[in-house]
Design a binder for this molecule. Structure first.
Ligand SMILES: Cc1ncc(COP(=O)(O)O)c(C=O)c1O
Length: 419
């Protein structure tokens, strides 16, 4: 059996993003103003975001063209390969065919630059000089730092303190790309932090300066839009691999951007199951409730219609820092609520076990976040074996774990707190 690795030519890079908004069976409820609780309009968002992104956030256009300057930068690492995980299949002795979209080859090592680049581009185009943001494990912060170097923007990253202390190498990478990195929450030096608190710090900073905007690495509609380039490429690559539609498309889910990126282009294919994998210590989709809630801990952002654990929820300091978010993308929440998407939750140790099995078969070391989807994929492959069915599984390999080695060391030495 020969290895399958499907690559696309540079000329096959998608030139438009896929907008799910006009295609949702149930339209999204609008975000609400934090003070008035009335639907927000473009002017309410203008202090934080450029008009082009605000327009994308609310767009009913089915496709949105990708600017040429953005495509030029994306083509540094895109199209990304689609790989068949045959060695993992053999180890599991499963009739399932497992494919992964490898997003780990980007400059930051994850899917996050797919949206960091257009966000930096649109901000620069509207005359902004500086961006602030939050970061969990540091993946998004590194992605935005890289993107800012491409457009000559300054960048300040508020990093969840637990990750800042666990993952110094991400900080060094952000600083190398010229960013300022600040542990969050800034006003409580003993607090482990959370994405919600770091968002409050970054929003507060941006709202106070005219030359500065805020950039969010997940959750919002325009972020998922930019990530659909993953699923668009994967659809074409599966065809080239001789597969009809996959049976299951899976992604790990923090705010929902890599999952949305791979899954949204498959929503209309109703026979394709869509699965979100999240940590059981931060079980937003599996145990949260659907409601309007703030995107940040301090209640400064608009209220979003989403599954939430409550904006004051502070998850334990697990290694998958990018999955420690109290809420979820409104688009992903909408799909879960309507029954179009399923969600599963896993304790931390089982995800490292799966990640290590992947590393020992396929060779690539997953980010701890990515370990969650690999756990779900292995379980699906074993279910296919049980049912003796040749199911096709497609998942997003959202990032590598080469800057998360201390997490693997903790796992190997039994130091992981299993929540
Ligand atoms: C490698 C990786 N995968 C997944 C995620 C989760 O984010 P999202 O749900 O937006 O894809 C992160 C977030 O930092 C990440 O770094």
């Amino acid at each position: 059996m020969s290895a399958v690795r499907v690559t696309l030519e540079a000329s096959e890079l998608p030139t438009a993003w896929f907008n799910i908004l006009p295609r949702l069976a149930t339209p999204l409820e609008p975000p609400l103003h934090p003070a008035t609780r009335e639907p927000v309009g473009p002017d309410d968002l203008a202090p934080l975001f450029p008009m082009a992104l605000i327009a994308q956030e609310m767009s009913s256009e089915p496709w949105i063209d990708i600017p040429g300057e953005v495509l030029d930068i994306l083509s540094l690492w895109r199209p990304t390969p689609l790989v068949r995980a045959e060695r993992l299949e053999r180890a599991l002795d499963t009739p399932a065919r497992i494919y992964f979209k490898d997003e780990s080859g980007s400059p930051a090592g994850s899917h996050k630059p797919n949206t960091a680049v257009p966000q930096a581009f649109y901000n620069r185009a509207e005359g902004i000089d500086r961006l602030t943001t939050e970061t969990g494990a540091g993946q998004w912060g590194t992605a935005l730092s890289f993107a800012c170097t491409q457009f000559g923007l300054d960048c300040s990253v508020y990093m969840v303190r637990a990750s800042y202390e666990q993952k110094p190498y991400r900080t060094i990478l952000m600083q190398t790309w010229g960013s300022e990195v600040i542990p969050s929450p800034v006003d409580q030096p003993d607090h482990p932090g959370s994405l919600g608190l770091a968002i409050s710090d970054a929003v507060r900073d941006a709202a106070g300066r005219a030359d500065t905007h805020y950039a969010l690495g997940s959750v919002l509609n325009h972020v998922l839009l930019h990530q659909t380039i993953i699923g668009l490429e994967a659809k074409r690559q599966l065809e080239l691999a001789g597969e009809s539609d996959p049976d299951v498309v899976l992604g790990c889910c923090g705010g929902g951007s890599n999952l949305g990126g791979i899954a949204l282009p498959f929503v209309a294919d109703e026979h394709v199951r869509l699965v979100a994998a999240e940590p059981s210590s931060c079980p937003t989709l599996t145990e949260g409730h659907f409601d309007y809630d703030f995107g940040d801990a301090a209640g400064m952002t608009p209220l979003l219609p989403m599954y939430t654990l409550g904006h004051e929820f502070v998850p334990p300091a697990i290694h998958a820092g990018g999955l420690r978010y109290h809420g979820d993308s409104p688009i992903i929440s909408n799909l879960v609520k309507s029954g179009r998407m399923e969600a599963v939750a896993y304790p931390q140790a089982t995800t490292f076990e799966a990640a290590v099995q992947f590393a020992n078969t396929e060779g690539k070391l997953p980010a701890p976040e990515t370990g969650h989807v690999i756990r779900a994929v292995i379980d699906e492959a074993l279910a296919a074996k049980e049912a003796a069915e040749e199911r096709v599984l497609l998942f997003n390999f959202s990032g590598h774990g080469l800057l998360d080695l201390s997490a693997y060391d903790d796992y190997r030495h039994g130091r992981l707190v299993d929540t």
